[in-house]
Design a binder for this molecule. Sequence first.
Ligand SMILES: C[S@@+](CC[C@H](N)C(=O)[O-])C[C@H]1O[C@@H](n2cnc3c(N)ncnc32)[C@H](O)[C@@H]1O
Length: 380
Amino acid sequence: MGAMGVVQGRVRRLGPISFEDYLDIALYEPEAGFYSTGGGAGRHGDFLTSPELGPLFGAVIGRALDAWWSELGEPDPFVVVEAAAGEGSLAAAVLAAAPRCAPALRYLLVERSERMRQRQPARVALEPSSVVLGPRGDEGEDDEDSSTAAGDGPRLASLDDLPAAPFSGVVLANELLDNLPFTLLERSTGGWDEVRVGESTGSGGLVEFLAPAPTTLASLAAELAPDADPGVRIPVQRRAAEWLRKVLRLLRGGRVVVVDYVATTAELASRPQGEWLRTYRSGGPGGHPLDTPGAQDITCEVCVDQLSRVRVPTSNRPQAEFLVAHGLAQLVDEAKDAWLRGAAGGGLEALRARSRIDEAAALTDPSGLGAFRVLEWVTG
Ligand SMILES: C[S@@+](CC[C@H](N)C(=O)[O-])C[C@H]1O[C@@H](n2cnc3c(N)ncnc32)[C@H](O)[C@@H]1O
C-alpha cells in the first residue's frame, strides 16, 4: 500500500491525524515513505546536500575530527556517530581524507531508512556494531569476536538508531533535524489551533483541518511566538528537541555538531509557511506538502530557539565560517596549485583539483549551502 493509502486508512479509523503523524508516514512508513523507498540526496537525487556534492565537505570534517580528537586528549577508541548517514557518502569522504585520528576511529553510521542502510556497504566496509563498539555493559558476556584493539581503526558499523550505551566522542548530523516530523500550529483569535490532516469528503484527497491545540502545545506556542497574529503558523519541533536531549544524555564528553538551515520560531512566524516548510522532488521544488505523500521530501527550517530550550548551543555559525575554521582555504589553495601544475596536461589530478575549487564555492555560497548554520554543543 502506498503512503496515501496508509494516511487514508489511519484517517478513516481515527479521524484527522496530527501533521507530525502525517509526516512520519509520508517520509518513513516502511515500504511507502519517501526515505523508505529510496528518495534522497545526490547529484541524481531529489535534492543536493553538502556531503553529496563531492568529497570536500568530508575532507574538512576529517580535519575537524582531528581537532576534536586532540581536544579530548586523543582517546582510543574515538567514537564518531553520524546521525542521518544516508548511504554513507560523508563517512566514505572522511575516510578517503585519511584523518590523523583514523587508527582510533570507531565510526557509527546511524540511519533510519533500511533502503539507505542497504546501500552503505557499497561505500564503506562495515562490521557488526558489537565488534566495533565492544560488548555493551548491559548485555553482559565478553566474547572473543567483540573486542577491538587500540590503533586498529578505522572500524565502522551501521545502526538504525542511536547506540543504547553512553559514549564519549562526537555526534554529527547533517540535515537530520529538518527532516524530523513536527507539529504545525496556527494562531487563532483566542489561542492556537493545531493543523491536522484529514480527507476531503468530495475528492477523497487530503485536506487540512484546524482543531484547538492541546493546552501544553498552545502554551508552548504562545511562548515561542508571543507576537503572532491570527492566521500565522509555526512548527513545534518536539522530535528534534527529543533527539538533542537524548544525544546530550548519551554523550559523556565531546560534542554534538548539527548542520542545517536554521531560524527562530519568531522569524518563521513572520514569513509565509511556503518559505520554511518546503518540498523537493527530482532535483527541484515539489508540490503542496499534502500532495502525493511518499513521493516528495518534506522539510522544515530548524528552530534554534526550540533546541536552546534543551540546551543553548556552545556555538552557532554559518557553514562557510565553520569550514574555513577547519581548513577549507588550505585545501582549496592546494587544489589551485595542483590545477596550475596540471591544467595544461588535463590529467585526472587537475580535474579533481578543478572540481574541489568548484565544490568550495558551492559549500560557501551565501545564497546556498554556505547559508546553512553549524550548531555545536560541547559537553563534559
Ligand atoms: C536530508 S537526508 C540527509 C542525509 C545525509 N546526512 C546528507 O546530508 O546527505 C535525511 C536523512 O535522515 C534520515 N533519518 C531520519 N530520521 C532519522 C533518525 N531518527 N535517525 C537517523 N536517521 C534518520 C533519513 O532517512 C534520511 O536519510
